[in-house]
Design a protein. Structure first.
Length: 286
């Protein structure tokens, strides 16, 4: 949305940089490239920074520290790519007002810090660019109205939000390549099933979380334990994402999601459904 707004302001002078940090869901990188190059016809530069991010995140389990690491690595990758763009002086990002509030800021001054967002608390003090955040004072529903006003396709305007730190904050514990691959497969099944059942547009945000625990299961005639993960499914309904409630989805849909994940994703033998509202819980787990 930020790119669409800026294109209205600066036209072809806009250069978009997408940092592939290896923390995206399945198919996200290809979707971004198709959206920006084929639909928007924008100048998009894709930076392969997967190894750099996973190396920096190695052994980091604390969610706040993850955001700090991701924020710093993003700027490092962005600066490296921007160095090849003549006259690049500005960095624009899609910070929304809920990000600002949860990071301990508000238009009225300070607020209670719930969690740092990588694009606020995770940025280094010296960016080297002038920061532009055209959506900073807006809630998600207001941003969507802008998207509709600009004539953007409905599937772009109403696409479920995805956190800036990506799957790193949906893996409870250290981020590893095997854990990312596991969660990508789980998440893909979840989204496929809610779309097939006609629930995607009735849900504000749907995602899976990989938990750092092992549980006993039955594989054939044997008990399974080592290497078997628990996946949590989170579906919420919300307008502004400052408050949210869990979705009372049909049990048959949940049964299908659970069955497919357990049978198709090697390494997951248990699926749980979270039924917490915001507040007191947050939408994301970390």
């Amino acid at each position: 949305m930020t790119a669409a707004v800026l294109r209205e302001a600066v036209g072809d002078r806009l250069v978009c940089i997408f940092v592939d940090n290896g923390l995206m869901p399945k198919g996200k990188v290809e979707l971004v490239q198709a959206t920006f190059r084929e639909h928007f016809r924008m100048d998009l530069r894709v930076v392969d920074a997967v190894d750099a991010f996973l190396t920096a995140l190695d052994g980091v389990a604390d969610p706040q520290q993850k955001r700090m690491v991701i924020g710093h690595e993003f700027i490092r990758a962005f600066k490296s790519e921007a160095a090849g763009i003549r006259g690049a002086r500005f960095l624009a990002q899609g910070t929304l007002y809920p990000d600002v509030i949860e990071s301990g800021h508000s238009v009225g001054g300070t607020a209670a810090s719930i969690k740092l967002h990588h694009n606020i608390g995770g940025l280094p003090p010296e960016l080297g660019f002038e920061l532009i955040e055209p959506l900073r004072d807006l809630f998600k529903d207001e941003v969507r109205r802008i998207g509709e006003h600009l004539g953007l396709p409905r599937d772009i305007v109403w696409r479920h939000p995805f956190p800036g730190p990506g799957l790193a904050v949906r893996i409870i514990g250290s981020v590893t390549h095997p854990a990312l691959e596991l969660l990508r497969d789980v998440d893909a099944i979840l989204l496929e099933d809610i779309r097939a059942a006609g629930w995607y547009d009735r849900i504000a945000q749907a995602f899976a979380v990989l938990l750092p625990i092992r549980t006993v299961g039955v594989m054939g005639d044997d008990r399974s334990h080592a290497g078997q993960h628990v996946a949590a499914v989170r579906l919420v309904e919300s307008t502004d994402f400052m408050t949210a409630d869990w979705v009372r989805i049909d049990g048959e849909v949940l049964a299908s999601i659970s069955s497919r994940i357990i049978n198709e994703v090697r390494g997951v033998n248990r699926v749980v459904y979270e039924i917490s509202s915001k507040p007191p819980a947050t939408i994301e787990w970390k």
